[in-house]
Design a protein around this ligand. Structure first.
Ligand SMILES: Nc1ncnc2c1ncn2[C@@H]1O[C@H](COP(=O)(O)OP(=O)(O)OP(=O)(O)O)[C@@H](O)[C@H]1O
Ligand SMILES: [Mg+2]
Length: 327
């Protein structure tokens, strides 16, 4: 099956993710796919949580932290500013504590715990994932293209409910520790226990939302995950390992796309030995890719003459990836 057919045959799949190791072409393929779908009349949002703002780079437009920005008809791009989401989240927690206990300012001990909790990687992941949930749950678009961060992290997002569990456990523990502070205990005692659990309830509510969105992103009917690979030994091995892990989280793998393939016609031309060697090596790895990923390989994308930035190059690449015909 070709990449295009994976879209045409599964029209309910509206949540599209591109994953893979760093620098292989996730952002490039996300942009090209979004472009192609938009050109065929679908309203598309391509988004990422990447602090490197690579969608801004590829679309040559500053979109970081600005919400969904229109790129062209039907095509919108969004770069979620994770840091500001974390700060916002901290602020919400502070406000809740103030409201709950009727303090005019957050006591130092509690501020200390808020800071400690925010330094947790799980807190960061949670804040980011929460932002992603907001984006996908809104449902204003026909297609959502999620340009994922490199592999390891992506796994986190997809198993976010677990991360949340852990965070809730930590918060619970922190709250217990908090109670050990005598001064705090005295203050807390004046409050009803039901109120004390508001923060925890809030976290539980968020967790429910997370579960909802990870259920969207792992729904075989609605979501499709594409792995980007290149014909190189280590990348093939790492992708294989990652694919096994993803399978554990029941991520619906829709196919593998091979990027940066040197055109084989080169072999019949007058080329330096160096390039001839590279072609030979590439052939070996392409064979390996076919034997490892089999019929799940849905496309081969050539090494282009230059970086893929700007709509003209994106259009060119989309033409190569999906053909220029109608969808
Ligand atoms: N087929 C190609 N031909 C030429 N250049 C390419 C091709 N695919 C990707 N590139 C270039 O390679 C670089 C990395 O691509 P891209 O940013 O899409 O990777 P990524 O997987 O999103 O990286 P990261 O893991 O950092 O997010 C970019 O400069 C892009 O323009
Ligand atoms: Mg990227």
């Amino acid at each position: 099956m070709s990449l295009r057919e994976t879209f045409e045959r599964q029209r309910d799949r509206r949540y599209i993710m591109f994953g893979g190791k760093g620098g292989l072409g996730k952002t490039t393929f996300s942009a090209a796919t979004a472009y192609w779908l938009a050109r065929h009349g679908h309203k598309v949002l391509v988004f990422s949580v990447d602090p490197q703002a690579s969608l801004s780079d590829i679309f040559q437009q500053d979109i970081f932290g600005k919400g969904a920005v229109r790129i062209m008809d039907n095509l919108y791009a969004q770069e979620i500013d994770a840091d500001s989401h974390i700060k916002q989240y901290q602020q919400e927690v502070r406000q809740k504590i103030l409201d709950m206990y009727g303090f005019d300012r957050v006591p130092d001990e509690i501020e200390h715990y808020i800071q400690a909790a925010s330094a947790e990687p799980a807190m960061e992941e949670s804040a980011i994932f929460d932002a992603v949930v907001d984006v996908v749950v809104k449902g204003d678009y026909d297609y959502y293209i999620y340009d994922l961060v490199p592999l390891g992290h992506a796994l986190y997002y997809l198993s976010m409910a677990k991360v949340y569990d852990e965070w809730i456990n930590r918060i619970t523990k922190l709250r217990e520790e908090m109670r050990e502070h005598e001064e705090m205990v005295a203050r807390l005692k004046r409050e009803k226990t039901t109120e004390e659990d508001q923060i925890l309830n809030e976290l539980q509510r968020i967790k429910t939302r997370i579960n909802l969105s990870s259920s969207i992103l792992t729904d075989k009917q609605k979501a499709a995950f594409y792995f980007v690979v290149v014909p190189e030994e280590m990348i093939i091995l790492d992708t294989q390992k990652a694919a096994q892990l993803f399978a554990k989280f029941e991520v619906p793998i829709a196919g593998y796309i091979v990027n940066r393939v040197l055109p084989s016609e080169l072999a019949s031309q007058d080329i330096p030995q160096y390039l001839r060697n590279r072609l030979k090596m590439q052939d070996r790895y392409l064979d390996k890719i076919r034997s490892v990923f089999g019929k799940n390989v849905v496309g081969y994308v050539p090494e282009m003459e230059r970086d893929v930035t700007g709509l003209k190059m994106i259009e060119k690449l989309a033409g190569i990836m999906y053909g220029n015909g109608t969808k």
